[in-house]
Design a protein around this ligand. Structure first.
Ligand SMILES: NC(=O)c1ccc[n+]([C@@H]2O[C@H](COP(=O)([O-])OP(=O)(O)OC[C@H]3O[C@@H](n4cnc5c(N)ncnc54)[C@H](OP(=O)(O)O)[C@@H]3O)[C@@H](O)[C@H]2O)c1
Length: 279
């Protein structure tokens, strides 16, 4: 991965941190995107010290804020001429309905709109750097999501699990539409599920999930295991040119029937565009 530039969001913790670490170990230039400067600096220093790779950079931004996403892209473009791998990973579960600074429900804003906006703002850079890859971290819970365009942001009814699973369904729909749009450009887009991984995700997701993970953490995957398929999709020659697929344990598998409906993907893309508040 020498001479390759890779961006990983949510890179200070869990799956994102392991991904950033392994990419750095392979010699890539790694750009970590984190929302908390202190946590980001600590993780970046750990990655540099354990890999010996000094080409580890940090950009700060909350992916639920469109202004922050734009600032991250501007700072990235000031420093780097190319981008070969983009891993959209930052995300979580928001226990109560809250709005982002842009007035968008926060789970949807960070987990879907963050991926959507960051990717679109970086697409020309990715295309210029082709062959290049986009990896979107989704979840098996997308299978349980109810897609109601009238309640996309929990306007009528909010449940933390419904909001989260919907955002992860949006990751899959977004990936498939993106892959269609980028067909022939040399930019591939795939998504994946990491399994149930013992990370801060559960500690940050409200009391119920915190208790669940403290009881069952021993049976869950390590972040290293959870990151395996992300890293595979980012670097493996086995997936050269493969695009528009959903992966589990390094194998392309079927995602839900709803996620595979191209009309829904196209509709979600349009709705997402309309939610971009940047002028
Ligand atoms: N753990 C699982 O079982 C599991 C299963 C399926 C899918 N996933 C997905 O895997 C991805 C990574 O989660 P993880 O399990 O590694 O959890 P994690 O350890 O909590 O890591 C999540 C990372 O995303 C960052 N983040 C969250 N919201 C953000 C925002 N608005 N802007 C910028 N960064 C943000 C977090 O930053 P802070 O440290 O500042 O909070 C952290 O760096 C998520 O997309 C999650 O949906 C996880």
């Amino acid at each position: 991965m020498k001479n390759k530039v890779c961006m990983v969001t949510g890179a200070n913790s869990g799956i994102g941190k392991v991904t950033a670490l392994e990419l750095a170990r392979m010699g890539a230039t790694v750009v970590m995107v984190c929302r908390n400067k202190e946590k980001g600096e600590k993780a970046a220093a750990e990655i540099v010290s354990s890999t010996g790779n000094k080409a580890v950079h940090l950009l700060i931004g909350d992916m639920s804020s469109q202004r922050d996403v734009l600032d991250v892209v501007k700072k990235f473009e000031d420093q780097f001429d190319s981008l070969h791998v983009l891993v959209n990973n930052a995300g979580g579960l928001v226990p109560r309905r809250e709005l982002s600074v842009d007035g968008i429900e926060k789970t949807f804003a960070a987990n879907h709109m963050g991926y959507f906006l960051l990717t679109n703002l970086l697409l020309s850079k990715l295309a210029k750097s082709a062959p290049s890859r986009i990896v979107n971290v989704s979840s098996s819970v997308h299978h349980y999501a109810k897609l109601d365009f009238e309640n996309l942001q929990g306007e009528k009814k909010y449940g933390q699990f419904q909001a989260y699973s919907l955002s992860k369904l949006a990751n899959v729909l977004f990936t498939y539409e993106l892959a269609r749009r980028m067909n022939g450009s040399g930019v591939t887009a795939n998504c994946m599920e990491p399994g149930a991984v013992y990370t801060h995700f559960y500690g940050n997701s409200g009391a119920g999930l915190k208790v669940f993970s403290s009881l069952f953490g021993w049976a869950m995957r390590t972040p290293e295991k959870g990151a395996e398929t992300v890293i595979y999709l980012a670097v493996s020659p086995e997936v050269d040119g493969v695009s528009g697929k959903y992966f589990k344990d390094k194998k392309a598998v079927r995602s839900s029937a709803v996620s595979s409906d191209p009309e829904l993907s196209a509709r979600l893309w349009k709705v997402s565009e309309s939610l971009v508040k940047l002028s």
